[in-house]
Structure formats: C-alpha cells, structure tokens
Design a protein around this ligand. Structure first.
Ligand code: NDP
Ligand code: 8X3
Length: 252
C-alpha cells in the first residue's frame, strides 16, 4: 500500500529535500509551508506523484486544524508526520536579543510543532499506525553563545519527543527526534534576516551537512522494521565538534 507523509516546511532546505526523496521512493506527499508558489512548483514538477500542497503557517492553530480536517480522502491516513518547519532568528546575547524574534521562534518551533502533532495524532491512534519525526537540533543539547531561545525551543522538542514515546507506549506509533548540527540551507539566511554575507560566513571553509544528508536519515528511520523505534539521531559534519567549557579568568 502506498504510504502518506506530511512534511511541514517543505518549501526549502530539509523539508524540500525530504519531499524529493520520499517522492522518488513512491510515497504520497502532503507538503506544507507558507510560500505556496514553491509548493505548487514542486507539485507540478512531479506530475506522476500524488501530492497535496497546503499553504500553511504552523503558528496558526485554527489553520492547522482546518487543513488536517479538510484533507482529501486519498491523503487522510497519514503514516509519517515530519515536524520540520522551524527557524532561528538572531544570534545576539540574551540581554540584547529581539523579543519579537524570541516569540516567533517559540510560536513556530514549539507551538507550531505542538499544533501539528496534537491534530494529526488522533488519526494515527485510530489506525494504530504512524511515525512522528521531529526536527530538533544539537542546539537543544549543547549551549553556544547567542543560542539562547533557539536552543531552548529545541530542548523542548527533545523532551516532548521523549514524552510522546511515553504516552504512546501502548500503541505502534513511533517517535524520532533528529538533531542535526551545521547544515547548509536557508537556515542562516533566515537567522540573519536576509543578510547573505553573514549567512555565507557560517559555512565558509567548512563541509557542512546537506539537506540531502538529513533527508536520507529521515528516510532511514522510517524504513527500519516496524518494531524498531529510532529515538534520537544526533548528527554533525565531520568538521564540527562540541565546544569546550569556557572559563573566564580575571586579570591578576
Ligand atoms: P530552511 O530555512 O531552509 O527551511 C525552513 C522551512 O521551515 C521552510 O520551508 C519554511 O517555509 C518553513 N517554515 C518556517 N516558518 C514556518 C511557519 N511559520 N509555518 C510553516 N512553515 C514554516 O531551514 P532548514 O531546512 O535548515 O531547517 C529545517 C528544520 O531543521 C528547522 O526546524 C531547523 O530549526 C532545523 N535544523 C536546522 C539546522 C541547520 O543547520 N540548517 C540544524 C539543526 C536543525 P516557509 O518560509 O515557506 O513557510
Ligand atoms: C541549527 C544548528 O548550531 O546553528 O539547529 O544551532 S546550530
């Protein structure tokens, strides 16, 4: 039976690469994001694949609920939900960061993910089948300067994923948290509010992860036998490592 995957944030980066990979593997796709034209371009570029495109802002709870309620019959039985829509905004210290940026990250990375999960879960439970794949980050595991609220939102994703597993232990539903490190996408362009120079600096002289690397991992976690749950995948490029502790010493 042809399976159905719902991917949020399918207009760029990981979500777009994931859409492409699952389309090539013969899945039915529900692709969601705010930039509807991009979704439409993807849909018309894959005329042989069943694709339902939804222009959606995951921060809008009613919109999320409505678009799941309105799914065409052929797309209603969602096998995999990839909660990928998310963003970092700014890299300032907490004392200078923009509160609007903080709110947008909380609304998208936490509340949007909550809305999608809560709305899709009842159907999965009814069918006793499904897989929720969340995009966490190494930023949810390790602190770095300016990571403040972004890292906090991804720590939420980590604990929420674990707690979902606990709530769903009597079902066959799987939950996976993918935690990438440095990966090149539109992520830094968004973080620096469209400043290309700053965004390019992030990847200069590195070989970062690619969206295709992440799509491959997402496909892999869905393809292990049904009794196997990959809880967490933490992945970094070889050129990255965790920061050492910082010790500030006063002049003596
Ligand atoms: P991109 O900026 O390339 O893509 C982000 C996607 O999220 C876009 O499709 C965007 O679509 C969508 N999105 C953002 N806000 C909303 C919203 N309110 N409603 C619906 N869709 C939204 O970033 P990545 O692909 O790199 O990031 C994907 C996920 O992976 C994010 O959760 C990010 O935090 C996480 N991540 C990224 C890493 C990296 O280094 N790149 C590393 C670790 C985790 P649109 O603007 O059209 O709505
Ligand atoms: C994205 C990775 O290190 O830029 O989640 O926070 S990082």
């Amino acid at each position: 039976m042809q399976k159905t995957i719902l991917i949020t944030g399918a207009t760029a980066g990981f979500g777009l690469a994931c859409s492409d990979r699952f389309a090539r593997k013969g899945w039915k796709l529900i692709i969601a994001g705010r930039r509807g034209k991009r979704l439409e371009r993807f849909r018309t570029g894959h005329p042989d694949i069943p694709i339902h495109a939804i222009t959606l802002d995951v921060r809008k709870r009613r919109q999320v609920e409505q678009c799941i309620a309105d799914l065409p019959a052929a797309f209603k039985d969602i096998d995999v939900l990839v909660n990928n829509a998310g963003l970092a905004l700014g890299l300032s210290g907490a004392q200078e960061a923009d509160l609007d940026d903080w709110e947008t990250m909380v609304d998208t990375n936490i509340k949007g993910l909550m809305y999608m999960t809560r709305t899709v879960l009842p159907g999965m439970i009814k069918r006793n089948r499904g897989h929720i794949i969340n995009l966490g980050s190494v930023a949810g595991n390790y602190p770095y300067p300016g990571g403040n609220v972004y890292g906090g939102t991804k720590a939420f994703v980590k604990q929420f994923s674990r707690n979902l597993l606990t709530d769903l232990v009597e079902t066959k539903i799987r939950v996976t948290n993918i935690e990438p490190g440095l990966a090149e996408s539109e992520f830094s362009l968004v973080r620096f509010h469209g400043n290309e120079k700053k965004a390019n600096q992030v990847y200069k002289g590195t070989q970062p992860l690619t969206p295709d690397d992440i799509a491959e991992i997402i496909h892999w976690v869905t393809s292990v036998p049904p009794h196997v749950n990959i809880n967490t995948v933490e992945v970094m490029p070889v050129c990255q490592s965790c920061a050492p502790f910082t010790i500030h010493r006063e002049e003596s």
